[in-house]
Design a binder for this molecule. Sequence first.
Ligand code: AOS
Ligand code: ZN
Ligand code: ZN
Ligand code: ZN
Length: 431
Amino acid sequence: MSYRIDPQFIAEQNARAHQQLQSDYEALAGVLSRRGCDIEALTGQAQAFAVALPSWGVGTGGTRFARFPGQGEPRNVFDKIDDCGTIHQLTRVTPGVSLHFPWDRTTDARALREAATQHGLHFDAVNSNTFQDAAGQAHSYKFGSLTALDPEVRAQAVAHNIDCIELGHALGSKGLTVWIGDGANFPGQSNLRGALERYLESMRAIYAALPADWLVYIEHKLFEPAFYATTIADWGTSFACATELGPKAKCLVDLGHHAPNTNIEMIVARLAQFGKLGGFHFNDSKYGDDDLDSGSINPFQLFLVFNELRDAAQRDGQAFRPAYMLDQSHNVTDPIESLMTSAVEVQRAYLQAALVDTQALSHHQKNNDALMAAQTLKQAFRTDVSAILAMARYRSGGAIDPVALYRASAYRDHKREERPVVAGRSSSGIV
Ligand code: AOS
Ligand code: ZN
Ligand code: ZN
Ligand code: ZN
């Protein structure tokens, strides 16, 4: 039986912090009520919020350059589910897990589904992988996958995506995220239009295999590994392809996949306006696809993204339900601590956006009062909602302070014993 944090231990740790939380919460309730906001409604909203975990994020020490494996890291998808379960147990905000095939392939989908259910987890969108060669595959993706000139390579890449749909279907997923590294490193290397034509042809075959209640998410990325011309480089290409494919195709925005200083919140607004905003890979970055913890570099940008999401939800109501996922992996922290931190930061941005005084904002906009409009957003952004987030976790059975509780539990030490290091192992699938 693998180690799990005892709910009794959570209750004990929370008991020590509860009084302090209660007084912070009451103080904040007073501040908010003077602004006409009901803290209880906000706490309810925080409790209902969710962001899915990337299975690849719980592996330790991964960047594209090297891995520095940590002790007690997950050895397989079942271990990953245990770690994701722990993150959800403490934060109560991450009930979904996004798997990546073939990294997370298992022959026993039923056992995997059962393991997830035991942790109160379900499976969010599954991710295909044609950006690296899997052991034993017939054709290499060195010169592309869904866009490859060789029809056999394309057929293999399409078949893999359909395979992912079937695996995901057996696990209760409802979506497939497709990110490809296809593109060119040199001008002239490939015909730019031809590559996109082949992409669409391949995607049509994948689209045709989607179950009725599934979506396919097209994830764009400016560059890397293709450094001259990435086939699906931007939201315009993503939008055009999603439109070509049909209503089950939507665009996925990974915050790290844009040129520096790109106005990502505006991209979010555009995609939402035209009904093509499918979801997110949340993370943060300073230079490129850095995959750092959410809110660690630019929390204001994250808030502004959620401000657009708030606006879209207000306009479109229940129909507007983009998929929220994290996508991060790096070298220097315990990934469980980082993922808990990111999940809470995304939840924080959501809540801060819920605090925007929308009436005041539209009043200032009507009067062309740019200064006060900006101040209205800043007021919401500057509000420290930590006590609401902590209260939401507490009421949902999670930890008032997830990182402190995780450290106090010595979870990783237990896992170090349960998951002995095997020489040469690289199970997390991080590239
Ligand atoms: C790659 O840059 C993308 O962010 C994908 O979402 C990818 O599948 C994921 O980061 C795992 O490597
Ligand atoms: Zn991503
Ligand atoms: Zn990224
Ligand atoms: Zn990425």
